[in-house]
Design a protein around this ligand. Structure first.
Ligand code: 3HC
Length: 313
């Protein structure tokens, strides 16, 4: 009876749009859902550094290099922010990273594709960060306090990421025919993975019912996807690029773009670990963790020594 009453009070708080804070009572399932979602979000941020980091040493100018450096650094910060927010739910970051390194935890499908040309850095900022902003501005209004607050800072930085990506695409499209072709080739390769990264269709989304009941998600996967497509197609038109979807058409009645079928077999195959770069991405993270062990040990030893000195001083 006690738990039933607390569950009703919890849901009433959610329905009123109040935030749930770490010390508040919450159903175990709510806590576990948030740990799943927030940790996978954090994993996505740090794995997402890899495809972009691949071009830091090969950026076409010092300006582009400086911008890309700060973007990749932002993603690291987003990851740390989200791990800290996930730790408020009583799980240790070490455990979360172990789940990533052993393949138990997912990270975003989108980061399992290779960055083959400089235009991919533009396409990632424009499309991937663009899709992420659609999703994250929604999450910023979510019910769990630490997660929604983390989104505020992250969304501000994502907007810069998105603008710099679009600017790269604009420079290429206003450049030589070869540069424009490079931009089109990149759009051809990143378009479909960018719209599927927003999650399976609503019918296949096993977590959405819970997440929407608890206002962690305020819109469904398909609703966010539609908003992303409606916003992005006119941007591609402005660039003079063709969206690689022969079924794409604007429905004047609904005011939305209708699109062709998404290749969900590819999506689920990628999240099962069979994407073009899954193995390489995971191995890089495992190696980085092992090679960085001495830094963590040294930092902890230094902090301990400083504490001992303060006590004896
Ligand atoms: N990649 C990998 N797995 C995915 C996925 C994706 N793009 N989309 C869905 N999945 C998984 C889910 O994790 C779930 O599996 P699980 O139950 O084993 O965890 C399964 O597919 C079914 O999907 P659901 O729709 O039921 O899952 P959700 O309700 O959690 O919705 C989501 C998926 C929309 C990605 C949601 O988890 C979410 O909004 N997460 C927070 C945002 C996030 O993680 N974004 C990742 C990109 S981060 C990024 O882009 C960084 C930027 O700086 C570039």
């Amino acid at each position: 009876m006690e738990d039933l009453k607390r569950l009703e009070e919890f849901q009433a708080k959610i329905d009123k749009g109040l935030k749930i804070e770490p010390k508040d009572w919450m159903p175990e399932k709510y806590r576990l859902q948030l740990i799943r979602m927030m940790s996978q979000h954090a994993h996505s941020e740090i794995v997402g550094m890899l495809p972009e980091g691949n071009w830091i040493t090969r950026a076409p100018s010092l300006r582009r290099k400086a911008i890309l450096l700060s973007k990749v650094q932002d993603e690291a910060g987003h990851g740390l922010y989200l791990y800290s927010a996930a730790e408020t739910l009583g799980i240790d970051r070490k455990e979360l990273l172990n789940q990533l390194h052993t393949g138990k935890a997912k990270y975003s499908s989108i980061f399992n594709y290779p960055t083959l040309t400089w235009a991919d850095i533009g396409a990632i900022g424009w499309l991937v960060d663009g899709a992420a902003i659609m999703n994250q501005t929604m999450l910023a209004r979510g019910s769990y306090g630490p997660y929604s607050r983390a989104m505020v800072k992250i969304c501000k930085e994502e907007s810069f990421h998105n603008r710099q990506g679009y600017e790269i695409m604009l420079s290429l499209c206003n450049g030589t025919p070869e540069q424009k072709e490079m931009a089109q080739d990149s759009l051809n390769r990143w378009w479909w993975p960018s719209i599927s990264m927003l999650g399976p269709s609503d019918a296949e989304s096993v977590n959405s019912d819970d997440l929407m009941k608890w206002k962690v998600k305020l819109e469904s996967n398909d609703a966010i996807r539609q908003r992303f497509i409606d916003r992005t197609v006119p941007q591609a038109d402005f660039l003079g690029l063709t969206i690689p979807d022969k079924d794409l058409k604007f429905n004047t009645e609904t005011g939305h773009y209708e699109h062709g079928p998404i290749n969900w077999d590819e999506f689920f195959n990628v999240i099962k670990g069979n994407g073009p770069c899954n193995k390489e991405r995971l191995q890089t993270r495992v190696d980085a963790d092992r090679n960085g062990q001495w830094v963590r040990e040294a930092a902890l030893a230094y902090a301990k020594k400083r504490k001992e000195q303060e006590v004896t001083a």
